[in-house]
Ligand binder design. Structure first.
Ligand code: FMN
Length: 107
């Protein structure tokens, strides 16, 4: 199965949330994991969304991976979802889930 990780953290490969998917990749070596750092690269995705279209088309399972920033998902991920909707991509038949992290904000 091809698993696509859409990393919404603006920290890219340094994302803490991403560590869970990296663990899953190690735990299930029979599946192919691909990673797109959509939060970090949102500005270039606004210009060219084709890499996302290609990756989503190939994926069987899509995992949105993102932190909570100021009580909601990062603005970069919100923008990504706008671009995804505008692309008109059909996600029917795909499995989609999410992994998110947060910690002790305001404490
Ligand atoms: C700017 C900023 C805002 C945050 N806002 C929240 C918040 O509202 N609630 C919360 O529980 N954690 C908040 N956090 C903590 C992050 O959710 C937490 O550190 C998360 O694991 C970071 O994930 P990442 O490394 O994948 O980006 C915030 C962190 C930052 C840097």
């Amino acid at each position: 199965m091809e698993v696509l990780i859409l990393n919404g953290s603006p920290k890219g490969k340094y994302s803490i949330t991403l560590q869970t998917s990296l663990y899953l990749e190690k735990k299930f070596p029979q599946h192919k994991f691909r990673f797109l750092h959509v939060g970090k690269h949102i500005k270039s995705l606004e210009k060219d969304f084709s890499a996302v279209v290609q990756a989503i088309t190939r994926a069987h399972l899509i995992i949105f991976s993102y932190p909570v920033y100021t009580f909601i998902a990062p603005s970069q991920l919100h923008r990504f979802v706008e671009l995804l909707k505008a692309s008109g991509l059909n996600l029917s038949g795909k499995f989609v889930t999410q992994i998110t992290t947060s910690k002790h904000f305001l404490m």
